[in-house]
Write a protein that binds this ligand. Sequence first.
Ligand SMILES: [Mg+2]
Length: 443
Amino acid sequence: MVRGRISRLSVHDLRFPTSLEGHGSDAMHTDPDYSAAYVVLETDAEDGLKGCGLTFTLGKGTEVVVCAVNALAPHLLNKDLGDIVGDFRGFYRQLTSDGQLRWIGPEKGAVHLATAAVLNAVWDLWAKQEGKPLWKLLVDMDPRMLLSCIDFRYITDVLTEEEAYEILQKGQVGKKEREEQMQTQGYPAYTTSCAWLGYTDTRLTQLCSEALKDGWTRFKVKVGADLQDDIRRCRLIRNVIGPEKTLMMDANQRWDVPEAVEWMAKLAEFKPLWIEEPTCPDDILGHAAISKALAPLGIGVATGEQCHNRVIFKQLLQAKALQFLQIDSCRLGSVNENLSVLLMAKKFGVPVCPHAGGVGLCELVQHLIIFDFISVSASLKDRMCEYVDHLHEHFKYPVVIRKACYMPPKDAGYSTEMKEESVRQHQYPDGEVWKELLAAQGN
Ligand SMILES: [Mg+2]
């Protein structure tokens, strides 16, 4: 049973100096400092449980999201948690449709990232109070209750609540076996850790060989800055991993539509499964054109990490603009909006391969994709979840990877809680890590 009234909301600007070593670098984001707007909810309940949530940022601008979280706070403070989750659709809509705040969205940009952070904290608190990891809370939830968390506004032309109910009802068949399968084998993952754009050839070769030894069979490489560099790097990787292993490419929105097609035609010899974010994330018809042009080469299009909301995903699906759908736990409006996208993907028969990495994205999204397999997709065909081996040490319940698979979390909650020491040290600009760094830079 959920309990307590939300008595406090605090939000932290946490930054990790990843740019110092080129971690996370790609064709568009050359020097990211992986960061998070980290929200902690406290209640007046005697259990002392806290709800922790976050959204992912790249350094500068985290202060803007923190500001947006504070602007949303009055919607939560003094609210009964039971009232929130009892009418979660209504509460989601209250947050996203605030008559004044929605002007700086709606359901996109900094204010939507803030919505994600806040709602992720609510889901963490709910799961902790129920004593279950979030994926299990979702798997055990009555389908009607689950659907009552989703705002179907703007998507009923492709998915009504009744159709979603039918999908969930069908998903009940074989659910127990799939849950057991997850417990024993885990959910398949791929690695992005080996081939950031800022890594040298030596480092790239070494990391790929190590990953192979650790049992990884699926690899992603960053491309898009320089064609000759891409050809050299892809050849290098293929030489190390061999022709049979799976290779994906990620251009992080670098190209115009014709450029994407031409560039990928030149990289086709390396047999990529997909090209990720070939162009502007808002260009639905552009993605459709690229998909059509690359289909004869056997290359799919993947996108989603900067997809604003369920409406854009709806249109990408309607336009056949993507062959792999990449949900993001901290970009969309938390679990609520991600549920609607998982259900739409099921209806369109498009595999979901979540975006992860960053700060905590692996910790969060593993819950969603494990739920998806058990209760919605019931399939692992063409499916895998991104994994990046960074910053897990700052989390109280870090991901567990075994034989290149995500093992289902066992601890109650959404795996969002960070260690107090990490929060203290990485506060920007006053945490010890930043005080030292900024002083060294003469600031
Ligand atoms: Mg990407």
